[in-house]
Ligand binder design. Structure first.
Ligand SMILES: Nc1ncnc2c1ncn2[C@@H]1O[C@H](COP(=O)(O)OP(=O)(O)OP(=O)(O)O)[C@@H](O)[C@H]1O
Ligand SMILES: [Mg+2]
Length: 285
C-alpha cells in the first residue's frame, strides 16, 4: 500500500549512527495475508500497537521485523513488578567534569526513543504495577509528549517515535491491563502459525533437516493446536518456540526424547504430559 511504502522509504533513509545495533532482524511470518499490513498501517499512523498472544507466538520477532523494515532502532523494556519510573525514563547521577562534580541525567529507553525517534518495545506490559505505566499516557495519546518528573524537561516525541507492546493474557503474575492504558493502543491478536505458514517457517529454519522429521513436527504441531482448542492441553504446549527447539534437538537425538525435553517436561500437569507423549508417539509411528 502506497501510504505505508512512502513512510517506510522516508524512514529508511534516516541514519541512526551509534544505535545501529538496536535495529532488529527481519523474519516474522504472518498467519494470514492481512495481519502484517494491518499492523504497519497503525505504525504509519503513529498509533501505539499492542500484540496479544501466547508465549512463543512470534510477538517479539514481529516487533523486531518492524524495526528491521523501517531500519529504525528499538528500545526495549521488560515489565515486572519492580519496574519503576527510573527504569523507564532514566536517572540522575554524579559525574566529574573539569574537576567538579555535576549532576547529570542518564536518559532511559522511553526518553531516548521519544527524542531520537526510535521504536519503544514494551514487553509483558501487564506485568508492571498499575501505578507505574500511567506516566506514559501523554506520550501514547495524541499529545505525544511528556514532562520528565526527574528533570522538569518537556519532551516532544520525534515524528518517527512509535510504541509496540506485547501481552500474554491470563498468565500467572499478570494483572488485567489498566483500561486507560489499553485504550491508547490498537490491539492485534497474534496466534500460533498453522498450515502452510508453519511449514514455511520450518523450511526456513531447518533447510537441511530430514523431511520425515519436519513432517513429524508439523503434524504434531497441528495436533497440539487442536488439543489446545479443545481445552485438553494448555496453550504453551503448542508454543512455536518449543517446537522449534524440539526440532533443533531432534537432529541430534531421538525425536521423542527431543519433544519430551523441549515440550512435555515443561507442562505442569501430569495428565497433560501423558496426553502429550501419547500424541507424539502416535505421530512417530
Ligand atoms: N510467525 C512467526 N514468524 C517467524 N518466527 C516465529 C513466528 N512464530 C514464532 N516464531 C519463532 O519462535 C520463536 C519465539 O518467538 P518470539 O520470541 O517472538 O515469541 P513471543 O511471542 O515474543 O513469546 P513470549 O511471549 O514468550 O515473549 C522465535 O525463534 C521466532 O522466530
Ligand atoms: Mg517475546
Amino acid at each position: 500500500m502506497s501510504f505505508i511504502n512512502e513512510d517506510i522509504s522516508k524512514r529508511q533513509k534516516q541514519s541512526h549512527e551509534k544505535y545501529d545495533k538496536l535495529i532488529g532482524k527481519t523474519g516474522y511470518i504472518a498467519p494470514d495475508e492481512h495481519l502484517w499490513e494491518d499492523i504497519l498501517s497503525a505504525i504509519v499512523l503513529r498509533k501505539p500497537v499492542l500484540l496479544k498472544g501466547p508465549t512463543g507466538a512470534g510477538k517479539t520477532k514481529l516487533a523486531e521485523s518492524i524495526s528491521a523494515l523501517f531500519k529504525q532502532p528499538m528500545q526495549s523494556i521488560n515489565c515486572s513488578v519492580d519496574l519503576d519510573a527510573e527504569a523507564l525514563l532514566g536517572f540522575k547521577t554524579l559525574v566529574q567534569r573539569d574537576g567538579q562534580s555535576v549532576i547529570e541525567f542518564v536518559e532511559g529507553p522511553v526518553v531516548t526513543a521519544m527524542k531520537k525517534g526510535h521504536f519503544l518495545y514494551i514487553d509483558e506490559i501487564n506485568m508492571a504495577k498499575a501505578e507505574t505505566l500511567p506516566i506514559l499516557h501523554s506520550a501514547l495519546d495524541h499529545r505525544r509528549m511528556m514532562t520528565n518528573p526527574f528533570t522538569g524537561e518537556v519532551i516532544e516525541a520525534h515524528p518517527d517515535f512509535g510504541v509496540i507492546s506485547a501481552i500474554n493474557e491470563g498468565y500467572i503474575g499478570t494483572a488485567p491491563m489498566n483500561e486507560a492504558l489499553k485504550n491508547r493502543f490498537i490491539a492485534y491478536p497474534i496466534p500460533y502459525l498453522t498450515g502452510q505458514q508453519l511449514a514455511e517457517l520450518w523450511n526456513r529454519e531447518f533447510p537441511d533437516a530430514e523431511k520425515e522429521l519436519k513432517t513429524f513436527m508439523l503434524n504434531l504441531a497441528e495436533d497440539l493446536m487442536k488439543q489446545v482448542e479443545n481445552g485438553l492441553l494448555s496453550e504453551e504446549a503448542a508454543s512455536i518456540r518449543s517446537l522449534l527447539d524440539a526440532t533443533a534437538l531432534a537432529q541430534y537425538m531421538d525425536p521423542i526424547r527431543a519433544v519430551q525435553y523441549a515440550i512435555a517436561e515443561k507442562l505442569d500437569d501430569e495428565s497433560e504430559r501423558d496426553l502429550f507423549m501419547d500424541l507424539a508417539n502416535t505421530w512417530k509411528k
